[in-house]
Design a binder for this molecule. Structure first.
Ligand code: SAM
Length: 286
């Protein structure tokens, strides 16, 4: 048995979990090392373009809608009337595009530490950046931890943490102290949402501790929503929402208007269903 990647395929090995994802590639389009991470873009045979950071799949043309819609619409529609939205990370601009579909949002600030990710999105993922010229969008390139520290208290309605895995530059985005600072900048009734890794691989570890830390940070309610993501470890992913003075576990699908959002995956009914945790997750998370 060989542990070498297969020739002509991009392979991401999840050593700890004894599994891997492989995509057949036609061409490498970009290979650079920025100040923060190793960034690659490939043309794949059946998933369109693929962005990779430090060897980990960030997105493909074919399946990124699942992640970007679930990172955005449950939080914005749970809030109900967000006017100021902040995205930490998200440099590929896929989440930004979804947020900007909400007409009542007045201002979105995206803070990614690495401008090269956005440059690569501009060059190779035109569909993700198609709303970047919207006057409501502000793109900043700095450390999200520092930005949150300097942000005014109670000034944000929805805060989206669209980060890489909790290693390297994103490590600080998963710490209890950071969650306390996120709580501080949210208005009463505010909602934060964080990408929270795989339900299959990380329920007892990252998801459990993130939920506990959100509670310790002062959030009164927490909800983890699983969703499919074929090119991430285990093919299954999650986001975890937390409410400041509001209940993110309660959602009435009949109140959400989504006709204008041009959605491919999210529906209010699916959101409601995703709030029901599978028994194995419930057993670990209570
Ligand atoms: N959906 C992706 C995933 O989970 O694989 C994440 C997408 S997005 C490309 C992640 C972004 O987080 C990267 O562009 C990276 O530069 C950014 N990032 C990591 N640490 C950060 C930090 N401390 N502040 C701001 N952005 C950060």
């Amino acid at each position: 048995m060989s542990d070498q990647p297969i020739e002509g395929w991009f392979t991401e090995v999840f050593d700890r979990h004894g599994s891997a994802i492989a995509l057949k590639v036609q061409e490498k389009l970009l290979d650079i090392t920025s100040e923060y991470q190793h960034l690659e873009v490939y043309q794949t045979e059946t998933y369109g373009r693929l962005m990779v950071l430090d060897g980990c799949v960030m997105l493909t043309d074919r399946d990124n809608f699942l992640y970007h819609e679930m990172m955005t619409h449950p939080a914005l529609l749970t809030h109900g009337a967000p006017r100021r939205v902040v995205i930490i990370g998200g440099g590929d601009c896929g989440t930004l595009k979804e947020v900007l579909k909400h007409e009542r949002v007045e201002h979105v600030t995206q803070i990614d530490i690495d401008e090269e990710v956005t440059n690569a999105a501009r060059q190779f993922f035109p569909a993700l950046v198609e709303r970047n010229d919207d006057p409501r969008a502000e793109l900043l390139f700095e450390d999200g931890v520092k930005w949150v520290d300097a942000c005014d208290e109670e000034s944000v309605d929805v805060l989206i943490i669209d980060s890489t895995d909790p290693v390297g530059p994103a490590e600080g985005l998963f710490k209890t102290d950071f969650l306390k600072r996120c709580h501080r900048i949210l208005k009463p009734g505010g909602v934060m949402v964080q990408q929270s890794e795989s339900p299959l691989y990380h329920t007892e570890t990252i998801i459990k501790s993130l939920r506990e830390d959100m509670g310790s940070a002062g959030f009164e309610s927490v909800a983890t929503l699983p969703f499919p993501q074929p090119t991430y470890p285990s093919g299954w992913w999650s986001c975890t929402m937390a409410g400041k003075g509001c209940d993110v576990t309660a959602f009435d699908p009949t109140t959400a208007r989504t006709e204008h959002l041009e959605l491919e995956y999210y529906t209010p009914e699916l959101h409601k269903a995703a709030l029901t945790l599978p028994p194995f997750m419930k057993r670990h998370l209570g």
